[in-house]
Each structure stands twice: as structure tokens, then as C-alpha cells.
Design a protein around this ligand. Structure first.
Ligand SMILES: Cc1cc2nc3c(=O)[nH]c(=O)nc-3n(C[C@H](O)[C@H](O)[C@H](O)COP(=O)(O)OP(=O)(O)OC[C@H]3O[C@@H](n4cnc5c(N)ncnc54)[C@H](O)[C@@H]3O)c2cc1C
Length: 439
């Protein structure tokens, strides 16, 4: 059978891998001139590095299994992680429950309450009951406004921006917390995170190579312009600048929902309204290559509202600086809507606006530490998971026979991630095949 895949990110390549491994003819179309999608890399200090910080949790079992299948399991290295919050001029580390006791922005009673509520979230079994409650409402009700404002609000504001942070569903916090807890043996042990030797590009490169060895074809810089169904059940795609139409037994699209709405003809109004209901935040990153480390923490949430970025992820504090010529790699991260002034800035404007704030985090920092910097904008980076999001997720089966949608907006209640994209891509391959066989 002949399959068309739109997108050469984690979802598209995982689907292509399964279908091509079973001997089917597979064609993968990718609009960009590179593979890897949101987890793609660029060259920095002599190595490949993700445009947006990436790591795996120990319970990312779907991608770990796929790594094993393509012979890369040994290349995943596990590192102790360190998380902190920057507030009131200080870095507060959260490596164990005892660190919470040193968190001065909250009084002692609130620190204890905060710890108890985190455990309470971990042990919630029926997460569905949290779907219709906003994280803000649940957290204030179960802790108090001070704890919410000091700890949770900066995290929500950072991920979903000014306009969305108070609408996010408590189910999303549940998904996030259970994943993070699962990456520790118990609450007293340190979290460990995984990162592959040779970066995520090693994984994508090997996966694409395996697909090609299975005779799959990958077409880069080739945008799909239009998709339509047919009476025979074949799916027709208009491909690339020549706008050539080609027929497939089934098509799996990993495009964002609003893009799919634009491409696909013949969708029902109900399905279209679900596609358009999905809102996305874009990510914007400044990546610093520094002479010296800025901190000794991997993941620093910025709760200080005078600082214009919300996350400082010091990649080399997780994986070491050796692979980057002993330089120190720091991501300054923001999730924004695409019309936000910080998103519209070019790299040098954004770098200049962030620069004065780095001294707040490390008073020794000077601009001479910066050997180079890079700027990346990633549209459609994070679906906005507001209350009752789960009820409006577009189905994988689009209503057009043999046309499937598989994108990050359908990962729920877990936070989107390469692990879930791989699982979804493989699930779609299986579904598309079994529907064709049962015809
Ligand atoms: C800043 C940031 C940090 C992240 N951190 C982590 C992390 O630590 N760990 C983790 O596991 N995950 C992380 N993620 C999430 C992870 O990157 C994504 O969940 C995953 O890569 C999504 O894969 P995908 O294939 O579903 O989508 P995408 O990667 O978006 O792939 C879709 C592809 O479709 C292509 N496309 C779109 N329209 C067309 C068209 N018309 N024709 C042809 N091609 C088209 C796009 O160019 C793209 O390559 C992070 C994401 C971001 C943005």
C-alpha cells in the first residue's frame, strides 16, 4: 500500500518508520529544508544543538523503545537534573523536598503547605475531574493565593503568557507533575533526565536513514498545498511548487491544526471548529554561548517579573560543557503569542533587551563572557490547554476516509513532547493500516 506523510518531525518519521518497516511504500513531505521539526538542531560550538532545549524523562518509554529498535539505546545518557527558581535576587534550588524549607519567599507554614499540595497532585488518580477547573482556582483553593503567586503563577505565566495563564486547566498541571515525579525513583532522590550523544539530531538522522533503507522517500523543502478525499477512498495531495496531484491509499498529517484546516478540503464544519479552537503559543529563544557558567542550575524558572524572559535553561549544567569546546550553553526562553513585541524583535534587539538582566542572576556576568549568540523563533510551539480542552480535541480520524491528523494538540493530558509524538505517530500508522485492511 502507498502512504503519504506530511511532516518529518517525531510524529511523521515514527509513522513512516512503522509503515516502511512493514514493506509499504511511504513518501514523507517536509516543508522545511531539515528534519526534526520542533526538535530540530543547528550547529553551535562545533556540535549540533536543539533550537529549543530538549531532554527526556525516564518514563518517556515510547521514544526509548524506538531508540532501541534503531540501535541507539546505548547513546542515551542520563544526567542528574537541577531545578530552581529565581526570585528576590536569589536562586532557590529545588533538588529535594528539604530545599522547599529554604524557600524564603514563603513563610514556614506555606512552605509545608506547598510540599503537601505537590504530593496531593501526584496521588490524584481521576485526573478527568480536574479538566474543567482552572489551575489557578484549584491551586488557590488547595493552597493559598500567596503560594500560587510565588510558585505556580510564574510557571503558568511563562508557559502560556499573560493572556492565557489563568485559564489553564488543572489537568495540565497534573500531567506535568506526574511526568516529573515519575522521573525520580522516589521524592527523596534526584530527578534524572536523558539526552542522546550527538544531540536529538542523531535520533532523527538514524530514524530517517532507517526509513530510507526501508525504501521510504523523504522530500525536503516540499510543502503540501492541498489535501482532498475521493470516492474510491484514496487521498489526493497537491505537492510542492509544481502543484502536482498524487494519490495515496492513506495520508497522515502532523501539521498544526490551523494549517490542516487550510489544507484539507471537505472537512465537516464541526471538525473545522475543533481545529480552529486549538490556540498555540510560539516559543522564542536566545541561545548564549558563554565563556563561564551563569549558574549551577539546569532549569531556572524566573519568577522575578522585572526580567523579560521566563526560563533560563543552562544546557551544559545538564550534559557538561566538553562537547561544546568547554563553552557554556544557556537558553533564554519565552512562550509568547506571535503578535507580542518580543516575538517580533530581531535577534540583536532581543539580545540587547535581555542582556542587562543577566547581571541580576550572576553579578559577575559581563558582555565579554558572550562568545556568540543565536536567535530562534518556533511557531505553534505549545497548545494552550485551557479548561475543558479535552472535550474539544480534534479526532485523529478526520471524517475524510483514510486521512488522519496527528499533532501536538492531540497529546493530552500529558504535556506535548517527542515521546508522545512518537507514540502517536506509531498509533496512526497502525490505525491507518488496520482501517485499510478491514475495508
Ligand atoms: C521550546 C521547546 C522545548 C521543548 N522541549 C522538549 C523536551 O525537553 N522534550 C521533549 O521530548 N519534547 C520537547 N518539546 C516538544 C517536542 O519538540 C514536540 O512535541 C515534537 O517535536 C513534535 O513533533 P511533531 O512531529 O508532532 O511536530 P513538529 O515537530 O512540529 O513536526 C511537524 C512538521 O510538519 C511540517 N509541516 C507543516 N506544514 C507542512 C506542509 N504544509 N507541508 C509539509 N510539511 C509541513 C513542519 O515543517 C514540521 O517539520 C519542546 C518543544 C519546544 C518548542
Amino acid at each position: 500500500m502507498k502512504f503519504g506523510i506530511i511532516g518529518a518531525g517525531a510524529t511523521g518519521l515514527a509513522a513512516a518508520y512503522d509503515l516502511s518497516s512493514k514493506g509499504h511504500k511511504v513518501k514523507i513531505y517536509e516543508a522545511a529544508d531539515f528534519i526534526g521539526g520542533h526538535a530540530s538542531t543547528f550547529q553551535v560550538a562545533g556540535s549540533e544543538l536543539e533550537k529549543g532545549y530538549h531532554h527526556w524523562f525516564t518514563n518517556d518509554t515510547d521514544i526509548i523503545s524506538l531508540m532501541a529498535e534503531i540501535g541507539l539505546e546505548e547513546t542515551i545518557k542520563w544526567f542528574p537534573s537541577s531545578v530552581g527558581t529565581f526570585q528576590d535576587g536569589e536562586i532557590y534550588k529545588f533538588l529535594s523536598p528539604f530545599d522547599l524549607m529554604k524557600y524564603k519567599p514563603l513563610g514556614v507554614i506555606d512552605r509545608i503547605k506547598m510540599g503537601i499540595s505537590s504530593l496531593q497532585i501526584r496521588y490524584i488518580k481521576e485526573w478527568q475531574k480536574l479538566e474543567s477547573i482552572s489551575a489557578k482556582e484549584w491551586l488557590i483553593r488547595n493552597t493559598n493565593i500567596k503560594i500560587y503567586a510565588a510558585f505556580w503563577e510564574p510557571m503558568l505565566r511563562g508557559k502560556f503568557g499573560e493572556e492565557n495563564h489563568d485559564k489553564i486547566s488543572m489537568a495540565w498541571i497534573w500531567g506535568k507533575m506526574t511526568t516529573r515525579f515519575a522521573s525520580r525513583k522516589n521524592i527523596f532522590t534526584k530527578e534524572v533526565l536523558g539526552y542522546p550523544n550527538g544531540s536529538f539530531s542523531h535520533f532523527f538522522g538514524q530514524l530517517a536513514k532507517t526509513c530510507e533503507l526501508n525504501s521510504a522517500e523523504i522530500f525536503l523543502s516540499t510543502q503540501i498545498k492541498r489535501i482532498r478525499g475521493s470516492n474510491s477512498g484514496e487521498v489526493l495531495m497537491t505537492i510542492g511548487p509544481q502543484e502536482k496531484e498524487e494519490a495515496f491509499d492513506a495520508v497522515i498529517s502532523s501539521t498544526p491544526s490551523h494549517v490542516f484546516n487550510r489544507l484539507a478540503e471537505g472537512l465537516s464544519n464541526e471538525y473545522r471548529s475543533k481545529l480552529l479552537n486549538v490556540k498555540y503559543m510560539a516559543a522564542v529563544l536566545i541561545i548564549l554561548v558563554l565563556e563561564y557558567p551563569l549558574s549551577d542550575v539546569y532549569w531556572l524558572n524566573i519568577a522575578d517579573r522585572s526580567i523579560p524572559f521566563i526560563g533560563l535553561i543552562e544546557h551544559t549544567n545538564l550534559v557538561g560543557s566538553e562537547r561544546y569546546g568547554n563553552t557554556h550553553i544557556v537558553y533564554l526562553s519565552n512562550y509568547l503569542s506571535e503578535d507580542h513585541e518580543l516575538y517580533k524583535m530581531d535577534g540583536s534587539e532581543l539580545f540587547d533587551s535581555y542582556l542587562p538582566h543577566l547581571k541580576k542572576i550572576n553579578p559577575d556576568f559581563t558582555v565579554e563572557w558572550v562568545k556568540e549568540y543565536h536567535h530562534h523563533k518556533i511557531p505553534n510551539a505549545q497548545p494552550v490547554v485551557d479548561t475543558n480542552y479535552g472535550k474539544n480535541i480534534p479526532a485523529h480520524q478526520t471524517g475524510i476516509q483514510n486521512l488522519y491528523l496527528a499533532n501536538t494538540s492531540q497529546v493530552y493530558p500529558q504535556d506535548r513532547g517527542t515521546n508522545y509524538s512518537v507514540a502517536m505517530g506509531r498509533k496512526m500508522a497502525h490505525l491507518a493500516l488496520s482501517n485499510l485492511k478491514n475495508k
